[in-house]
Ligand binder design. Structure first.
Ligand code: COA
Length: 161
C-alpha cells in the first residue's frame, strides 16, 4: 500500500471543500500531508505562516493528516517525503484544463509521481478560496464554507486592511 499522499495547494485560506478532500484522502492513504505552497502565481491574502496555521487548526480532528509549507516545485516536496502520490481536488468541468495542465507538467518533471483526483461533496463543487474572500469582503456570511477559526481570521484581517 502507498502510505503517504501529498495534497498541494495555495490554501488562501483552507475551506470546507479542501477539508472534505483531505478527509477522503485520509480514508485511502495512511497519511496525507497538506502541502501549503509558498510559490504560487497568486497574490495571497494570508501569509504562508497564516495559511499553514489556519490549515493546522482546521484539520486537527483528522488523525492521519498534517500540514507543512513548501517552497519550490511540488514534485520535489513529494519526493522529499518519500511519496509518489499527489492529491488534487476536482470540482467541476471548469477545473479540467487547469488540472490536466498541472498534472502533465508534474509528470514531465517527475514520471514516477501520480496525480489522484478526488471530488468533494456536491455543496462544495463551486466553492473556492476567492469566492469565500469575496463574500466576506461584501459582508455576506461564509459560515457554510469555512471553519469558525478561518471565518474569524478573514474578518480580523479584513478589518486591519
Ligand atoms: N474546495 C474548495 N476550493 C477548492 C477545492 C476544494 N475542494 N479545490 C480547489 N479549490 C480552489 C482553491 O480554493 C483555489 O481557489 P482560488 O483560485 O480562489 O484561490 C483554486 O481552486 C485552485 O487552488 P489550489 O488547489 O490551491 O491550486 P492552486 O492553483 O492555487 O495551487 C499549486 C497550485 C500550489 C499546487 C501549484 O501552483 C504548485 O504546485 N506550485 C508549486 C510550484 C510548482 O511545482 N509548479 C509546477 C507545477 S504547476
Amino acid at each position: 500500500m502507498r502510505k503517504i499522499a501529498i495534497y498541494p495547494g495555495t490554501f488562501d485560506p483552507i475551506t470546507n471543500g479542501h477539508i472534505d478532500i483531505i478527509e477522503r484522502g485520509c480514508k485511502i492513504f495512511e497519511k496525507v500531508i497538506v502541502a501549503v505552497a509558498k510559490a504560487t502565481n497568486k497574490e495571497c491574502f494570508f501569509t504562508l505562516d497564516e495559511r499553514i496555521h489556519l490549515a493546522n487548526i482546521s484539520i486537527k480532528h483528522i488523525n492521519n493528516a498534517e500540514v507543512e509549507g513548501f517552497d519550490g516545485l511540488a514534485v520535489n516536496f513529494v519526493k522529499s517525503k518519500k511519496s509518489s502520490i499527489m492529491i488534487r481536488g476536482f470540482r467541476a468541468v471548469s477545473d479540467f484544463e487547469y488540472e490536466l495542465q498541472i498534472a502533465h507538467a508534474n509528470r514531465t518533471l517527475c514520471e514516477d509521481i501520480e496525480t489522484i483526483f478526488l471530488t468533494p461533496k456536491n455543496k462544495y463543487l463551486y466553492l473556492s478560496s476567492s469566492l469565500v474572500k469575496q463574500i466576506a469582503r461584501l459582508g455576506g456570511s461564509i459560515k457554510e464554507y469555512v471553519p469558525d477559526a478561518v471565518q474569524d481570521a478573514i474578518k480580523n484581517k479584513m478589518q486591519k486592511k
